[in-house]
Design a protein around this ligand. Sequence first.
Ligand code: NAD
Length: 391
Amino acid sequence: MAAAASNLQIATLRHCQLPSRKGFKPSGTTLGSCSKVPSWAKLSSCSNISSLPFFQRKFVSSSVKYERTVTKAMAEASESKPGSGLSIDLKGKRAFIAGVADDNGYGWAIAKSLAAAGAEILVGTWVPALNIFESSLRRGKFDESRVLPDGSLMEITKVYPLDAVFDSPEDVPEDIKTNKRYAGSSNWTVKEVAESVKQDFGSIDILVHSLANGPEVTKPLLETSRNGYLAALSASSYSYISLLKHFVPIINPGGSSLSLTYIASERIIPGYGGGMSSAKAALESDTRVLAFEAGRKHKIRVNTISAGPLRSRAAKAIGFIDMMIDYSSANAPLQKELSAEEVGNAAAFLASPLASAITGAVIYVDNGLNAMGVGVDSPIFKDLDIPTDKH
Ligand code: NAD
């Protein structure tokens, strides 16, 4: 029982730990204020829940209401089998994450979760965003969000310039070659990036595609031009095929590859236009075919995470992200804002040997919104006694 109690304390302490550059400093004040957290807002301010193993984290980050269940389960587990556990271990693995240009998006969160599990991190950053990303990193602008559960800072071993719309130098048109935003960088086509990574490190184990672009995303599909539609597919779907194709030779057998998709691929989401819904549908279909091809030939797993709404730079550009977050809170089975970290943790699980039989799958990390058949905030349901968190 004593062991159970101390385990439980550690979990609560870690759950409430606030980011600190100098390392983990549990304080009575932090513990006290966090352990009485009554609201979703406060829960999310206890940001370092990722120090718990994945399965435990899932419960803790889902709801404070689960806290008792979790602590009870932990107490029971440690009573029956002292020291037992199931953790994500990516030590000795190397990941390349395409689509990281700030600390707000899913790519950054995935990098952090993979790093927390022990993986070495390489990133591919869109060429026009490279300078600002690298100088922000250098100047320490991201230091607070680089803090890992053990108090150390996530290290990015190398940042590669990348434009995933171009496969090799022959494909690059003159106006891009001479564009000043591209002028200072070289070797940024997909083929060249894969070659550079091979030269620098030999191989990788995890490939993540966390990028999308649709120049006409704000236009309804009926008003989308051919060029706009094809550009959305090129940047958001074919870019994944190209990345996998060029990286497959250097992904170690047993490796894993992952992309990010959105429910607009299969259900109507007004406002997500310009062929972006089509691009996500293609990405999901390609995930199945690529899982077969890369699985048979190279023993590599291919999955995609269908993520709920997040206020990333790309999502803000679409212009309706706050509405989608509110809609999710009002209608999803779990009434809370989704954190990027929850997607990062699912990605770490999928990349790990714990997911060794999962491939060709679309995994929803969206508070369950995909499972709903109706929006329960409709006045039509006003007489049904549906439990609702006021927010
Ligand atoms: P983000 O802005 O953090 O990431 C998009 C990245 O794509 C940026 O870093 C951008 O520089 C990069 N990019 C764009 N064009 C590129 C190109 N040609 N070559 C290389 N990089 C390029 O935004 P995010 O929302 O975290 O997006 C990551 C992924 O998550 C995307 O696939 C997106 O569709 C998906 N997703 C996002 C949400 C959401 O609500 N934010 C929901 C579901 C899925």
